[in-house]
Ligand binder design. Structure first.
Ligand SMILES: NC(=O)c1ccc[n+]([C@@H]2O[C@H](COP(=O)([O-])OP(=O)(O)OC[C@H]3O[C@@H](n4cnc5c(N)ncnc54)[C@H](O)[C@@H]3O)[C@@H](O)[C@H]2O)c1
Length: 340
């Protein structure tokens, strides 16, 4: 497990995970494979990018030859790369199916050929679909309602099928909504924080009644690491234990932290599809030693402060928050891939 291949390591969660793994004494080398879509930024890796323990490969998980070459050189895979924004999946589900489903299959194929120690496939609570009451266990049926969640659910099943069929040591993690520094400002917490910090208004769908569980990105990364090290192949692990809020309650916290009031909030009709509530149990991961440790109020204050102090990082992204998808070809040109 000392040579890690991390896909999507220039994104929000992946970059936090890479930094965490570089601090671990028993991890000899980390390779990041990232296509640097609109959501991926080398700057997210900060000084880690220059670590002698890190190799960055600019390439696509759909590039079967590149993936095969990389997987052959590694002992474990942690797979974060994905199209991750629900609203974009309403506009065009195609890139979601390509990257999330076929990209996962491309990685799993290579893992099957090269006999790695562990393949952690990173997924989401959204695959369980809306739960007006109660909490989903890992054994619950998948009922995704939006194209993003459907593409993730499909990729979970494909990844697990490679365990059942070929013995690939696949584990799946499903976390709730992450928050923390370096998140793209298309997602609700950075979107609201950056708009409020600039004195702009924010829009709340349908009176802001949708409930989400908010988990600090470092707690999620700790859970993913536990699964990497101790998860049983073929098993799914929920990573929850954050704080439940309606989007209106979350907005209240952000208004306070940004020094704004409710005049900054505009109510709009609900979006095309918006699950009323997600909730999961996480007892299975607790048995591996998982406990979320980040306090929500403190973590959110730190997050808002990061956006306050780093406008150079997010302001250029805000100019074109709905930038077109990076074109993803089924057989991307090899010359698109290069490493430092
Ligand atoms: N953000 C959340 O709250 C959350 C919650 C649960 C699960 N997840 C899952 O965690 C993972 C990471 O989410 P995130 O929020 O960090 O996403 P993100 O959008 O910030 O980052 C995705 C990264 O993947 C890269 N990427 C996209 N397509 C690629 C491709 N075809 N080949 C190679 N790289 C590609 C992007 O360049 C980017 O660096 C995703 O699988 C997502 O579904 C996210």
């Amino acid at each position: 497990m000392d040579k890690l291949l991390v896909t999507g390591g220039a994104g929000f969660i992946g970059s936090h995970f890479v930094k965490r793994m570089l601090r671990a004494d028993d991890i000899g080398h980390v390779t990041v494979l990232d296509a640097l879509t609109y959501a991926g930024h080398i700057e997210n890796l900060g000084e880690a990018f220059l670590s002698p323990k890190l190799t960055f490969v600019h390439g696509n998980i759909l590039d079967a030859d590149l993936v095969d070459t990389l997987v052959r050189q590694h002992t474990a895979i942690v797979h974060f790369a994905a199209e991750s924004h629900v609203d974009r999946s309403f506009d065009d589900a195609g890139p979601f199916l390509l990257t999330n489903l076929l990209g996962t299959q491309t990685l799993a194929d290579a893992a099957m050929r090269h006999g790695i120690d562990k393949f952690v496939h990173v997924s989401t609570d959204e695959v369980y679909g809306p739960l007006p009451q109660g909490s989903a266990t890992e054994a619950d049926p998948l009922r995704p309602t939006v194209p993003y969640a459907a593409s993730k659910a499909a990729s979970d099943l494909v990844a697990l099928s490679y365990h059942h069929t070929y013995g690939v040591p696949v584990c799946v993690t499903r976390s709730s909504n992450n928050y923390g520094p370096y998140q793209h400002p298309e997602k609700i917490i950075p979107l609201f924080a950056t708009r409020l910090l600039r004195g702009q208004q924010v829009t709340l769908h349908d009176r802001g009644q949708h409930v989400r569980n908010w988990l600090h990105v470092e707690d999620n990364c700790a859970g993913v690491e536990l699964v990497l090290r101790g998860g049983t192949p073929g098993e799914v692990y929920n990573i929850g234990g954050g704080t439940d809020f309606t989007s209106k309650e979350l907005t209240g916290h952000l208004l306070r932290l940004c020094g704004a009031d409710w005049d900054s909030v505009v109510y709009v009709p609900d979006r095309r599809s918006n699950d009323v509530r997600y909730s999961m149990t996480w007892d299975k991961l607790a048995d591996l030693g998982y406990r979320p440790v980040r306090d929500f109020e403190e973590g959110l204050a730190e997050t808002v402060d990061w956006y306050r102090r780093n406008p150079d990082r997010w302001a250029p992204l805000m100019r074109n928050p709905h930038a077109a998808h990076t074109t993803v070809a089924l057989t991307p040109a090899k010359e698109g891939a290069h490493a430092h």
